[in-house]
Design a protein around this ligand. Structure first.
Ligand code: FES
Length: 151
């Protein structure tokens, strides 16, 4: 009898441990009209999002690089290097992204040029809503050639 009564309570208490992270990873980046014009180099922006991990609410800030495209959309790249997760930085003088950890190099569209990274930089889903650019931040498995979303 006690076990029958305890089962629903345990299920309720342990539920967060068995579910994937929840929460919105859509973040505001800024007004599209305030981004540099089409053809400009990528600009770095910080995005902040909240996730529920078990019973904890986690607030995370990550960096992305944003460019306006001729088709009116935006290309948003994660700044996390697909090799082992360092943050890449844009070097305007050479028109390339560089990773400071092991020297991977990417072009302005995130295409892999050289270095140990097994793929290009990871593009992120994005959309404009009432003139505001929203980005859905995602994490991807490091050091694999094909993009695999983690959470
Ligand atoms: S983490 Fe970027 S090249 Fe290794």
């Amino acid at each position: 009898m006690g076990a029958m009564l305890a089962a629903p309570v345990l299920r309720f208490v342990l539920y967060p441990l068995y579910t994937k992270q929840r929460g919105s990873k859509w973040s505001k980046v800024g007004l599209v009209d305030h981004l540099p014009p089409i053809g400009s180099p990528p600009v770095r922006k910080d995005v902040t999002f909240r996730q529920l991990d078990g019973w904890r609410e986690v607030v995370t800030t990550e960096s992305v690089y944003v460019q306006r495209l001729p088709n009116g959309k935006c290309l948003v790249l994660s700044s996390i290097c697909p090799h082992l997760g360092c943050n890449v930085s844009w070097q305007a003088s050479s028109d390339r992204f560089f990773c400071p950890c092991h020297g991977s190099v990417f072009n302005s569209q995130g295409k892999h040029i050289s270095g140990p990274a097994p793929r290009g930089m990871d593009p992120l889903p994005n959309e404009a809503e009432s003139g505001e650019l929203l980005v859905h931040f995602e994490y991807f498995r490091a050091n694999v050639p094909n993009r695999e979303e983690l959470s």
